[in-house]
Design a protein around this ligand. Structure first.
Ligand code: BGC
Length: 385
C-alpha cells in the first residue's frame, strides 16, 4: 500500500543514499529484458512509458529505469509506444487500471495525456514526467530532465566552434567569416524541441546580427525548421529540398547545419553526401551538429563526418527518476533543483535538471568510453553490442 504523496521533502543526503548503483557499468546499449519486471519484489508495480524504440536513447533510458526500480524492489511495467500517440495513451490507461503505484512517462506528444493524468490523480498515482515535460495538466508531480535550454546553447556553440567563429567555450574568436547555415528543429509537440531551439537561436543571434551568419533559404522560423516525430527521413527530405531550392548551381555554399538530434543529423548528412558535398568535413561536408551520442553518430564523429553531438547520460537521468519515484512511494516529496523554468501551461512543475556535455572527435574517449557509456569496439563498429 502506498502512502500519501505529499508529506515532506527528501533530504539531499537521503536522496543520494537512494541513488542506485544498478546501472553502473552498464553502457547505453545494454539491455535488461523487455519489461515485465520479475524476481521477488515488495514495492508494487511502477509503470514506465517510453516513446519509441527506434532511437536507442529511449531503449537505454527504459532499461536503466527498469533495472534501477527493480534493484529498489519494484516490479516494472515498461512499455514503448512506437511513436504512436494512441498506443501510448492506451499503455498508460492499462498501467493505471492495472494498479501501478507510480508512473514515469516520456511523452510522445506532451499535450495528449491530460485524461490519463486526470485518471492517475483520481487514483492517487504520482506522475513523473521523464525528459519531456507533459503539458496542460496540473497532475504532473515532478519532472526529471536535462537543462534543455542549455542543450540548445551547446548545439549552437558546437556549430559556431566548427565554423571557427568561437572557441569551444563559446568565446568569439574574432574570425570575420561569412558563413551560410541551415536550421533544423525537433518535433513541435515535444516541449524540449522549443527549448533546444530557443537556446540555439539566442546563441546564434549575435552572429546573424553582425553578418557572420546567414540562412540562405530564409527558413528561420521554428515552424519552418521543425521535424515532426523527430523523423530522420523527414529531415533528409527537407535537406534535399533545401539543396534543390537554394544550393544548386554553385553560387551559394553551405557551411553548417544546426541539427538537434543525431537521427536528424544522419538524415541531413545522407542528403548532403548524396548531393556531392563531400564525404567528410575535411572534404567539404558542412558542419552538422547532433544530440544523444547515438552509436552510429559517434562513429561518424570519430570518422570526421558528423561534427558533434550532445551527450545526455541516460543512466543519470534514470537514477533521478528512480529517486523521485521512491520518494513519492515513501510518502515524501522529491528534491527539485529548479522550481521556476518548466511551466507546463497550468503550473510550474518542480524539476530536477542534469547537465550535458558536448562530444567532438577529440573527447569521445574521455566522455563516452571512460564513462562506460560505449565501448571502443562499439564505436568502431558503429553499433551497440
Ligand atoms: C530528447 C532528445 C531526443 C529527442 C528525440 C527529445 O525529447 O530530449 O534527447 O534527441 O527527443 O528522441
Amino acid at each position: 500500500m502506498r502512502l500519501g504523496k505529499k508529506m515532506g521533502v527528501v533530504a539531499a543526503g537521503a536522496a543520494l543514499a537512494l541513488t542506485l548503483t544498478a546501472c553502473a557499468g552498464e553502457g547505453a546499449g545494454s539491455s535488461s529484458g523487455d519489461g515485465d519486471g520479475g524476481g521477488e519484489t515488495e514495492g508494487g508495480t511502477i509503470g514506465v512509458a517510453m516513446p519509441t524504440e527506434t532511437s536507442e536513447r529511449w531503449i537505454a533510458d527504459g532499461d536503466a529505469v527498469k533495472s534501477g526500480l527493480e534493484e529498489a524492489g519494484y516490479d516494472v511495467d515498461l512499455q514503448f509506444a512506437g511513436d504512436d500517440i494512441p498506443t501510448q495513451t492506451q499503455q498508460i490507461d492499462a498501467m493505471i487500471t492495472g494498479g501501478a503505484e507510480a508512473l514515469i512517462i516520456a511523452a510522445i506528444d506532451g499535450t495528449a495525456l491530460t485524461s490519463q493524468l486526470d485518471a492517475a490523480a483520481a487514483a492517487d498515482i504520482p506522475v513523473i514526467s521523464y525528459d519531456r515535460l507533459i503539458r496542460d495538466s496540473e497532475n504532473v508531480d515532478f519532472y526529471v530532465s536535462f537543462d534543455n535550454y542549455k542543450v540548445g546553447v551547446a548545439q549552437a556553440t558546437a556549430l559556431l566552434y566548427g565554423l571557427g567563429l568561437t572557441d569551444a567555450a563559446g568565446e568569439p574568436t574574432g574570425e570575420e567569416g561569412e558563413f551560410n547555415i541551415e536550421l533544423f528543429a525537433g518535433s513541435p509537440d515535444d516541449n524540449n524541441a522549443h527549448f533546444f531551439w530557443d537556446g540555439a537561436m539566442d546563441t546564434l543571434q549575435p552572429f546573424f546580427d553582425d553578418g557572420s551568419l546567414t540562412v540562405p533559404s530564409g527558413q528561420t522560423e521554428f515552424d519552418q525548421a521543425a521535424t515532426l516525430r523527430w523523423e530522420q527521413e523527414r529531415a533528409q527530405k527537407r535537406m534535399e529540398d533545401l539543396i534543390t531550392s537554394t544550393y544548386t548551381g554553385g553560387d551559394t555554399e553551405l557551411h553548417g547545419v544546426l541539427a538537434p538530434y543525431d537521427g536528424l543529423s544522419r538524415g541531413i548528412i545522407t542528403a548532403l553526401t548524396g548531393a556531392g558535398f563531400g564525404d567528410t568535413i575535411e572534404d567539404g561536408l558542412p558542419v552538422v551538429t547532433g544530440q544523444d551520442a547515438e552509436i552510429a553518430s559517434v562513429k561518424l564523429i570519430q570518422d570526421g563526418v558528423q561534427q558533434s553531438t550532445i551527450f545526455k547520460d541516460t543512466r543519470k537521468l534514470a537514477d533521478q527518476a528512480v529517486i523521485a519515484a521512491e520518494a513519492y512511494l515513501a510518502g515524501e516529496e522529491p528534491e527539485a533543483n529548479d522550481t521556476e523554468t518548466y511551466d507546463n501551461g497550468v503550473k510550474v512543475v518542480p524539476s530536477y535538471l542534469l547537465e550535458v556535455d558536448t562530444v567532438y572527435s577529440d573527447n569521445i574517449t574521455e566522455l563516452l568510453v571512460d564513462s562506460g557509456y560505449w565501448t571502443q569496439d562499439e564505436i568502431d563498429a558503429g553499433q551497440a553490442e
